[in-house]
Design a protein around this ligand. Structure first.
Ligand code: PRP
Ligand code: ZN
Ligand code: MG
Length: 210
């Protein structure tokens, strides 16, 4: 029988809840983050621990059959995958934020300004819809420190508790999209009994929580 592979975040906001969900499905595995791949002892499944941003492409390419990732990451990478199930955790929103003392007060004020983000595709589309032309600066992390360093006038990043913004002297300014964790599947996976069984277990764990 073919062993399925599911990709989850190696570390970060979604890691703990993803592991918890799979354990609640009765799957037995060691949470070995250092080995990056963990076999499940009581189901033909392997867990791949990856950077969340890489998960959509692994699933699109069929290297992983399934993945748990934030909706925002899927939208940004514009991959061809199937949405199988919303998972109800990892809720957050992608927001534009500015320094507390900024003179940017309206969306129109963003015109001609530099905005640092890890999500250039989503931000670009949003600005275009608002008829605003800004200088989008794509960086891969620590976006929140960029206004303080003079790299940008504003940022566009995920906000969950708001703690990161606050501790960097930033205030949220506009909502771009809201997001939560979702289960995705490769378009190539046949609707095998194994896949269906796993999805059913996940759905019954979610129902039990309602
Ligand atoms: C997001 C975002 C902030 C943090 C905000 O990172 O980039 O760093 O969460 O959370 P808070 O509002 O609760 O402070 P994410 O977990 O997506 O990790 P990554 O940026 O390393 O991918
Ligand atoms: Zn990420
Ligand atoms: Mg971050």
């Amino acid at each position: 029988m073919k062993t399925l592979k599911i990709a989850i975040q190696k570390s970060g906001r979604l890691n703990e809840k993803s592991v918890e969900l799979l354990k609640n499905c009765g799957l037995n595995f060691e949470n070995y983050k250092s080995s990056l791949i963990s076999p499940v002892s009581n189901f033909p499944l392997e867990i791949l621990f990856l950077r969340d941003d890489d998960i959509p492409e692994y699933v699109q390419d069929g290297i992983a059959d399934l993945g748990i990732v934030g909706e925002n990451v899927i939208q940004e990478t514009e991959v061809e995958v199937s949405y199988l199930q919303r998972l109800g955790f990892g809720k957050c929103s992608l927001k534009i934020a500015v320094p507390n003392n900024s003179d940017i007060n309206s969306l129109a004020d963003l015109h001609g300004k530099a905005i640092a983000t890890t999500y250039p595709a989503i931000l670009g589309k949003f600005l275009k819809e608002q008829n605003i032309t800004s200088d989008i600066r794509t960086i891969s992390g620590s976006v929140e420190i960029s206004p303080g360093l003079g790299l940008s006038d504003a940022i566009c990043d995920l906000v969950s508790t708001g703690g990161t913004l606050k501790s960097n002297g930033l205030k949220p300014f506009a909502d771009v999209m809201s997001s939560e964790a979702v289960l995705i599947g490769s378009k190539a996976i046949a609707e095998s009994d194994l896949v269906l069984e796993l999805i059913q277990r996940i759905q019954s764990v979610l129902r039990a929580k309602e």
